[in-house]
Design a protein. Structure first.
Length: 217
């Protein structure tokens, strides 16, 4: 049996989890959903169905890749909880991240159902609305949980406190933007696009800390 150290697995998880997630997410947004009418749930449902197998595959990969990323986050959280500064914050972050990944997995399952069974159209549109709502709440929980984790990491020298604090502030910004986009439907598209950009920044930081953990291992 192939053996791998927890540190090596966590480092690779922090590198590949977010990279795969971002690639699949932006493929959905820029290819499958390229021509959707943003405030029209039926338009989203039609686009998802039109995506066919590619949409199903992307919807399966994204929650799996996010679970890989969360494994890496939990490795860091467990290191911090073992002693030293930041233990209280990671205790707050871990359930938030678990709720987020659960929500995203549920939303992905609904999206797959809409893709495979687009009729009746009214039911597909209603299901898409539910998926979008779950995605929004999951994104909010993830941003807050990630912010708590990043601020906890900022108290530890091995994670570069400057970058960790910056990542934490960006995660808080993503949470605020998510709330604004949810409350104001007219701003939802713009806020969602900006939040997508924050994911790219966090992916870069995740690769950085993943490489650092691999170097330690």
């Amino acid at each position: 049996m192939v053996t791998i150290s927890p540190a090596k697995l966590a480092g690779n998880s922090l590198i590949w989890g977010p990279v795969i997630t971002v690639i699949c997410y932006f493929y959905q947004q820029t290819v499958i959903y390229a021509d959707v009418e943003w405030g029209n749930a039926a338009s989203w449902a039609v686009a998802a169905a039109g995506g066919g197998a590619a949409m199903v595959i992307m919807s399966m990969i994204i929650p799996l890749a996010l679970m890989v990323l969360v494994y890496g986050f939990f490795f860091i959280a467990n290191e911090i909880r073992a002693g030293g500064n930041g233990a209280a914050l990671v205790g707050y972050a871990m359930p938030m991240l678990l709720i987020a990944i659960t929500g995203w997995a549920l939303a992905a399952g609904i999206t797959i159902t809409v893709t495979n069974f687009p009729d009746p159209a009214a039911a597909a549109a209603a299901a898409m609305l539910a998926a979008n709502g779950i995605n929004g709440i999951a994104g909010l929980f993830f941003s807050i949980g990630a912010a708590a984790l990043f601020f906890a990491m900022a108290s530890r020298a091995e994670y570069n406190s400057t970058l960790a604090n910056a990542a934490g502030l960006i995660a808080l910004l993503a949470a605020v933007l998510t709330i604004i986009g949810t409350v104001s439907t007219g701003l939802n598209q713009m806020m969602t696009q900006i939040v997508g950009m924050t994911y790219i920044i966090h992916t870069i930081y995740s690769i950085y800390i993943g490489r650092g953990i691999l170097a330690r291992g």
